[in-house]
Design a protein around this ligand. Structure first.
Ligand code: FPP
Length: 258
């Protein structure tokens, strides 16, 4: 049965959870979910633990949310794992965050591969330590033919920089004649962004009570439904994802129409 693994973990999962999963799958599921995973530091502080303990716990949440999103039929999950502004954090924290992709993929890639998940990345790879990018690159190439959920890590990602880079590339291509100026439209512009090939997110989730975008997918989120929660990312559970999707399914999206 599709949800066997969840049956075994009933202790932490409400009794009507499986029924709710089934009913979610009967209605349009958000094709692309983007998440700003916030609150790791506060989670750790509340427990008198070092901030990195919150990041580590947050990493485990990434695994369970990925598995559930895939089972629900979500096609892409973009996770804001490190922003271009996060380099301002203490070096020890940055170093730790840069080791997390290796730990995450080293631990969970076999499971994610067997679940048909495809790993991708957006962000500036040039500034990433080579050990970090190597781990992501290896996972991307190992999973490139998988046809399940795209697990898209935003690593060293910043949306304004992405937009400026797109503009620069468009200028170069128009000057060289590859692109004619009057052909530039929203679709063409989107193809110059790092998210080329991915549909725009249908649902954005941000945890920890912060209600802002923090330079995340500014172009791509134009018509996205937002779902904010006070829950800190390490406490984010399958139940919360289900709640967010249920609420999404009860909203009316008009895309500027009536
Ligand atoms: C924001 O919380 C979180 C981050 C900057 C890092 C997100 C990383 C993870 C969730 C780990 C998973 C990563 C991978 C690659 C699997 P914060 O530190 O700003 O929290 P605070 O606002 O409470 O201080």
């Amino acid at each position: 049965m599709l949800f066997d693994k969840f049956n075994k973990r009933k202790k932490t999962i409400p009794s009507n959870f499986l029924e709710r999963m089934e009913s979610i799958r009967e209605r349009p599921v958000p094709e692309h979910i983007a998440i700003i995973m916030d609150g790791n530091g506060r989670w750790a502080k509340k427990r008198a633990l070092p901030r990195v303990a919150g990041h580590h716990e947050g990493m485990k949440v990434v695994r369970k949310i990925t598995i559930l999103a895939n089972k629900l039929g979500v096609k892409a999950l973009t996770l804001y794992a490190f922003s271009t502004e996060n380099w301002k954090r203490p070096k020890t924290e940055v170093d730790y965050l840069m080791k997390l992709p290796e730990e995450f993929l080293g631990t969970y890639l076999p499971e994610l591969t067997s679940e048909n998940v495809k790993v991708q990345m957006i962000g500036y790879k040039e500034q990433l330590p080579s050990h970090t990018y190597r781990a992501v690159e290896k996972a991307m190439s190992q999973t490139e033919n998988n046809s399940g959920l795209i697990l898209n890590f935003a690593l060293n990602y910043g949306s304004r920089a992405e937009i400026i880079e797109a503009v620069k590339s468009i200028v170069i291509d128009t000057k060289s004649g590859i692109l004619s100026e009057n052909k530039i439209n929203e679709e063409i512009f989107s193809n110059y962004l790092m998210t080329k090939g991915l549909s725009d997110p249908d649902l954005l989730i941000r945890t920890s009570g912060e209600i802002r975008l923090s330079n995340f997918m500014l172009w791509q989120l134009a018509y996205t439904e937002f779902w904010f929660t006070d829950v800190l990312w390490p406490d984010f559970s399958e139940e919360h994802l289900i709640q967010a999707i249920e609420e999404f399914q009860n909203r009316q999206r008009r895309f500027g129409g009536v």
